[in-house]
Design a protein around this ligand. Structure first.
Ligand SMILES: Cc1cc2nc3c(=O)[nH]c(=O)nc-3n(C[C@H](O)[C@H](O)[C@H](O)COP(=O)(O)OP(=O)(O)OC[C@H]3O[C@@H](n4cnc5c(N)ncnc54)[C@H](O)[C@@H]3O)c2cc1C
Ligand code: SF4
Length: 499
């Protein structure tokens, strides 16, 4: 029997016992999704990482093949004919649009006398069935996470949370003014990476920059990264999780999203490594919350709302996101002068990565405050980040960051003025704008954009029990805020027309 391994299922323990050969198909240029009806162009970094990871996976298998494929059906048919095989097994995909295609393929291959045996997906710690038996619809994340802790017995002493606290919010999310940077594991220029770069040399030349191989592409490299994170960075992960620095690309973040998304590491093994680490409970709980909580929660959330989320636009924001938005050197002058934006855009341009708060509270916040179309933003996040997969990018962008669903994921819109950025980063220190000023040429744009946004959407904030935010509006000069916001938006629109 032959097992077809899908692009994000690279874990040898999950090759089924009775399998004699494995097959990985390479067809990676653009992705058309059933759910969003878009064609997504993957960035060059994602292509190189995928190619290298697939090559490494096949290379370490006893009997495996890596095939370039134009048509999945034809490639599978030819491959099965070569080995006189009429029974192909595959694990179902955790990506909805891929799963949909697999089931279509099962029928067409069946017409050609090949059985495609689609086995249940086991890449997450809780299945859709199990979750739906407990909850009619996704609950708030905190309730889901408590349920997951009980279900998996992680960080629990019998029925009680370890350390007697469920949440260590107070110990975490700080800003250390003395921090500059910390060492990360470094680079893996493995043979697989080099081979992938050779394969994509034309695209890399078009890109015009060198790719930095800071992400593991093999199982061994991924295990090394996990070990390094647990021993070197876990102790300060929670404390500086939300902090942002011009001097540090990664702070203490784990960089585990790609190994987890490709299944080079399973969530179980990451959580076990963190739980058994010699570190204070607040560090361990905070990190486990991200994987056992947020990662699993977003997966369930997307599964539940996938058929409606792409039709939603709660604030009715329709401003086009210009293509050059993600090209920091081509940004309008008004944006270039914003250190927070230009720093994060530059990082994404170099590394196809930025950490969570930079995605949510810098880029996401800015896009929401200037009324960009949330669906354009989602598409561009998907194309721009190395770890983007539909089931995770869409709930994070459309649900958490842009509030396109209105209340279903977040209880309030994640918006902020310069006050937040100044508290959590050193960006404002190096900025041409003044974070304390509300009006005038030097005023931070986030200050008037934020006030305009709150003023326009008062009802949403009242409903989200944030009336205190509206009280601040009493002290502002609305006419001036309107004028500054209009001028700023005009500077962005001018840019959109030019591009
Ligand atoms: C607007 C926006 C877009 C995002 N797009 C993606 C995406 O395309 N792919 C992706 O994997 N993550 C995405 N995230 C979630 C999160 O930002 C990244 O997983 C994280 O920044 C990856 O870096 P890290 O591995 O160093 O994470 P760490 O900060 O070290 O966190 C550890 C792990 O926790 C998990 N995690 C934490 N938060 C989330 C979350 N909100 N949703 C799902 N998993 C989470 C990830 O597996 C991550 O690797 C997005 C978040 C936002 C706000
Ligand atoms: S002053 Fe405003 S624009 Fe400048 S870094 Fe701070 S928040 Fe960003």
């Amino acid at each position: 029997m032959i097992q077809w391994i899908l692009y994000n299922q690279l874990h040898h323990d999950y090759v089924f016992d009775e399998v004699e050969r494995i097959l990985v198909l390479h067809s990676c240029s653009s992705i058309s999704t059933k759910t969003s009806a878009w064609s997504i162009s993957l960035n060059i970094y994602s292509k190189v990482v995928s190619y290298a990871a697939w090559k490494a996976f096949v290379d370490s298998a006893k009997d495996g093949d890596f095939l370039l494929s134009q048509s999945r059906e034809e490639s599978l048919f030819d491959y099965c004919s070569l080995y006189a095989c009429t029974y192909l097994v595959v694990m179902d995909s955790c990506e909805a649009y891929v799963s949909h295609r697999l089931h279509r393929l099962k029928k067409t291959l069946g017409d050609r006398w090949i059985t495609l045996d689609i086995r249940p997906n086991t890449q997450f710690l809780v299945s859709y069935n199990e979750c739906s038996q407990t909850f009619d619809e996704p609950p708030v994340m905190e309730s889901f996470y408590r349920w997951m802790r009980k279900k998996t017995d992680i960080l629990m002493d019998d029925d009680k949370p370890q350390g007697w606290k469920r949440n260590y919010d107070k110990e975490n999310r700080k800003f250390d003014r003395t921090f500059t940077d910390v060492t990360h594991l470094g680079f893996w220029e493995s043979l697989f990476w080099q081979e992938a770069c050779e394969y994509y040399q034309e695209d890399i030349a078009l890109w015009g920059k060198e790719l930095q191989p800071y992400i593991p592409v093999t199982r061994q490299e991924s295990l090394l990264l996990l070990d390094f994170f647990v021993h070197q960075h876990l102790d300060r992960f929670g404390e500086l999780e939300d902090a942002m620095y011009t001097t540090s690309d990664f702070v203490y973040h784990s960089l585990l999203s790609i190994p987890l998304n490709f299944w080079l590491l399973t969530p179980e093994e990451v959580i076990v490594a963190i739980e058994s680490a010699d570190s204070a409970i607040n560090n361990k709980e905070w990190c486990i919350r991200q994987i056992l909580g947020w990662r699993e929660y977003m997966n369930q959330w997307f599964h539940y709302y996938k058929d409606e989320i792409y039709d939603q636009n709660f604030f009715n924001h329709t401003r086009d996101l210009p293509y050059r938005f993600w090209k920091p050197d081509k940004a309008p002058e008004t944006v270039k002068k914003m250190t927070c934006m230009s720093h994060v855009l530059d990082k994404v341009d170099r590394l196809w990565y930025s950490h969570h708060i930079e995605r949510l509270m810098i880029i996401g916040n800015f896009c929401l405050l200037v009324w960009y179309n949330p669906h354009h933003i989602n598409k561009r996040f998907w194309e721009q980040y190395a770890d983007a997969f539909e089931r995770v990018v869409t709930p994070n962008v459309l649900g958490m960051s842009q509030y396109a669903d209105g209340w279903k994921l977040a209880t309030k819109p994640y918006v902020a003025s310069a006050n937040y950025v100044n508290k959590m980063s050193n960006y404002c220190k190096w900025c041409a704008y003044n974070p304390k000023e509300k009006y005038g040429d030097n005023a931070c744009p986030l200050n008037y954009l934020y006030r305009k946004f709150v003023d326009t959407n008062k009802e949403t904030f009242v409903k989200g029990r944030q009336s205190f935010i509206i009280n601040h509006l009493k002290k502002i000069d609305s006419a001036l805020i309107d004028k500054q916001t209009d001028d700023f938006i005009i500077s962005l629109d001018r840019d959109a027309k030019d591009s």
